[in-house]
Design a protein around this ligand. Structure first.
Ligand code: ADP
Length: 497
């Protein structure tokens, strides 16, 4: 076969920065560019972005990456987009201008709307159709808030003059002029029925959202349109779109049911491929769409840890026990164990499987001999314990144990943490050679559609192993450590300030 020429350009539109990366066929990075943008906090608990700034920064870094690579835009075979999920953009259909700031996934302004819907007994209706919880985190109630608070917007919406989109959809509109999204982004809105694969009229009526606002939903590897030539100097097809966590699962080549990935960043995001089966969770996990490629929908279970790498930032910035995050590794290794110290970093409550927003953090088991190294070690261990709780919840729901964990994110730089994760979970933890797994996932989805990569097997061959941590802890010790962790979690939940 003739090797396809050219490169795939991935847009990685994140919560704090826009990035663009050019990949070659081996999945290697040719060039990249990044730009931070403004975060707005107009009220406590509220978070907004300027949708124009998102678009302009994304376009600028795309041009920047192409310039750095020194290639001609015509050498870009296709574009893949991955993005911060759940964030809501509302714009005028004719002018194309946003009518409000983008309401970011972290924004809690629709808490009351969620409470109202829960009080009306609708939680199970939303859960069974969308796989999600009625939480302000997801797009639907943010949109309800916009249309309720602003009478003028409501009138425009009812008149069919406005368009809604998650960030992928907003970028696609600007790039190609089409009002489209992909199934993974749609599945995070509380409006998309993940079984019937369509916007759900009943849920739209509960949320008070006119259907005319909504984009057409395409597969994750599909024809999203061509970029307007003046933007990047060529008319380039957009062929891949997925929300960031789903793109990471794809980038890790977790194509088979039972494969999982965990991203160790500020928090952790863990996704398990459950194949063509949307698994209902009994353990507070979300059921979501992993991707749709061709006619085949793949589902995932998703869980998150709120405080992961953030506990290391806390040691550094608040306790001043370490000067830098990497220092935590040598300190943790300098002692044989945490000497009975357990940290439950529930600074903002606990996520899956506890889902307890009122619990706060705790340090337990201190003695006169407890030192800095023990506390740092306990903090790192807490990241692995929380992730193990997620994996255990996933195994329970899925009905089979998770057998391998693929890892990415900033905190995977910590070798002690990765080995401890393998030990307490009793499964191998695999680290990829390439750090940009999320962007790579978007590139793969695009390249698969346009024939740059021929098949999933073709993509899988690119997955280069950097390190593999094998579990190496006697079962008895593993059980004892987990039991102690769970006792500490119970104690923290018992003590509510
Ligand atoms: P995000 O995408 O959420 O901003 P990143 O993937 O960039 O996060 O990872 C940053 C997080 O990883 C920070 O919370 C930081 O404390 C943590 N981190 C970075 N390096 C290390 C390390 N060597 N050991 C432990 N934690 C680390």
């Amino acid at each position: 076969m003739k090797e396809p020429k050219g490169y795939i350009l991935a847009f990685d539109q994140g919560t704090t920065s826009s990035r663009a990366i050019l990949f070659d066929r081996a999945g290697k990075i040719l060039a990249s560019d990044q730009r931070d943008f403004t975060q707005y906090y107009p009220e406590p608990g509220w978070v907004e972005h300027d949708a124009n700034e998102i678009w302009e920064s994304q376009l600028a870094v795309a041009r920047g990456a192409v310039a750095k690579a020194g290639i001609d835009p015509s050498q870009i075979v296709s574009i893949g987009i991955t993005n911060q999920r759940e964030t809501v953009v509302l714009w005028d259909k004719d002018s194309g201008k946003p009518v409000y700031r983008a309401i970011v996934w972290q924004c809690r302004r629709s808490t009351e709307i969620c409470e109202e819907l829960i009080a009306a007994g609708l939680e199970e209706e939303f859960r069974s159709r969308t796989g999600l919880r009625l939480d302000p985190y997801f797009s639907g109630t943010k949109l309800t808030w916009l249309l309720r608070e602003n009478v003028a917007l409501r009138a425009l919406a009812e008149n069919g003059d406005l368009l809604f989109g998650t960030v992928d959809s907003w970028l696609l509109w600007n790039l190609t002029g089409r009002h489209v999204t992909d199934v993974t982004n749609a599945s995070r809105t509380l409006m998309y029925n993940i079984h019937e694969m369509r916007w759900d009229p009943l849920l739209l009526s509960f949320l008070g959202v006119p259907a005319s606002l909504l984009p057409e939903v395409l597969s994750s590897s599909d024809d999203f349109g061509f970029t307007k030539p003046e933007l990047l100097g060529a008319s380039i097809p957009v062929n891949g779109v997925a929300g960031d966590q789903q793109a990471a699962l794809f980038g890790h080549s977790c194509f088979k049911p039972g494969m999982a990935k965990n991203t160790y960043g500020t928090g952790c995001f863990c996704l398990l491929n459950t194949g063509d089966r949307p698994v209902k969770s009994m353990n507070n996990l979300l059921t979501t769409i992993a991707w749709k490629v061709g006619d085949k929908v793949t589902y995932a279970l998703e869980g998150s840890v709120f405080i992961a790498g953030a506990v290391i930032q806390w040691l550094r910035d608040e306790l001043k026990l370490i000067q830098s995050a990497p220092e935590s590794e040598s300190l943790a290794r300098s002692v044989e164990d945490a000497d009975g110290v357990v940290i439950v970093p529930a600074f903002v409550g606990l996520g899956t499987p506890y889902w307890d927003p009122d619990v706060r953090g705790a340090v337990l088991g201190l003695t006169r001999g407890s030192n800095r190294a023990h506390i740092v070690r306990a903090a790192l261990e807490s990241i692995a314990f929380q992730s193990e709780d997620l994996l255990e919840a996933m195994s329970g729901d899925y009905g089979k144990p998770v057998e391998i964990l693929k890892a990415d994110g900033g905190a995977t730089a910590n070798g002690f943490l990765m080995q401890f994760q393998a030990d307490v979970s009793g499964i191998p933890v695999l680290l990829p050679e390439i750090a940009e797994i999320t962007a790579l996932g978007a590139a793969y989805l695009a390249g698969l559609r346009c024939g740059y990569w021929e098949s999933l097997e073709d993509i899988e061959r690119n997955w280069q192993l950097k390190a593999r941590c094998e579990p190496d802890m006697p079962e008895g010790r593993r059980k004892k450590l987990l039991m102690k962790w769970h006792r500490a979690v119970s104690a923290a939940r018992e003590f509510k300030p």
